[in-house]
Design a protein around this ligand. Structure first.
Ligand code: GLP
Length: 261
């Protein structure tokens, strides 16, 4: 696991965008795993800017979103499939139908979850998965107690996650859905490269557990310690509880730039 501590959020976006750009140059048909939430926005902004400059194209690429609320109507602005369109997909040149998400309106939810796993497999698996992290250490919507081997399925959101996400529902926690569909931890672990972004002091404990804590379903993101290629991009506030923060800073400063992330 590579930990990079950067003060400027735009630079976080730029480092991650470099990895996406390099991936797409080597493999124009690459499959991207797309996270919602505020953390990845700097990445999407940077990729949209590079698309405008003609540096990067998504026209042969595919995308799979991580998760979705259950029951939000198709045109609800906070439905994650709509959110990812707004913040990223509509700003670049993905082909029609190239980005998919779990169907939170499916009549048969287990079948929809199984179909989503199959769709990811048929696309060849995710090459680069962009991730945020919840204050309770969830990734996707894999709340504490999630099976470390889980696949796409329905989950109940914790009260804390609903409180955290109430800001997207006019501050009203009762309007935040109680259930979601999420790629499982096993699904996320199958991605070939995972790039996780966390900023702000509210993420510091989750980040500490992710990087330095014991692997445990109580902090679901810790499963990433078992992944071969994870990059964790942090600002100073999110990194403030890391015991080895100085080491991570020195390591990155002396890293040969040709290595990328
Ligand atoms: C939601 C999403 C996660 C995201 C998390 C953190 O719960 N399901 O994918 O990582 O929020 O969001 P933010 O980046 O806005 O803090």
């Amino acid at each position: 696991m590579e930990v990079i501590i950067i003060e400027d959020a735009r630079q976080i976006g730029s480092i991650a965008a470099d990895a996406v750009e390099a991936l797409l140059i080597g493999k124009p048909t690459a499959v991207l795993g797309l996270a919602t939430g505020s953390s990845p926005l700097s990445i999407y902004d940077e990729l949209a800017a590079r698309y405008e400059l003609g540096r990067v194209s998504f026209h042969q690429a595919r995308g799979f979103t991580l998760d979705e609320y259950v029951g939000l109507l198709a045109d609800h602005p906070e439905r994650y499939r709509n959110v990812i369109d707004t913040v990223f997909v509509s700003r670049v040149d993905f082909g029609p139908g190239a980005v998919a998400g779990p169907d939170g309106l499916a009549a048969d939810i287990p079948a929809a979850c199984a179909a989503y796993e199959t769709a990811i497999d048929h696309a060849g698996g995710v090459d680069l998965q962009i991730l945020g992290i919840g204050t309770d250490g969830h990734i996707g919507f894999n709340e504490p107690g999630s099976s470390l081997a889980s696949r796409t399925r329905i989950k109940t959101l914790t009260r804390q996650t609903r409180i955290d996400n109430a800001r997207f529902f006019d501050g009203d926690v009762d309007r935040v859905p109680t259930h979601c569909l999420t790629q499982g931890l096993g699904t996320i672990m199958a991605a070939r490269h995972v790039v996780l972004v966390a900023t702000g002091r509210t993420k510091a404990e989750a980040v500490h557990q992710l990087v330095e804590g014991p692997v445990s379903a109580m902090w679901p993101a810790t499963i990433l310690q078992h992944h071969r290629h994870v990059t964790v991009l942090l600002d100073g506030a999110a990194a403030r509880r890391l015991q080895l923060a100085d080491y991570y800073r020195e390591t990155y400063l002396s890293k040969p730039r040709w290595q990328g992330i």
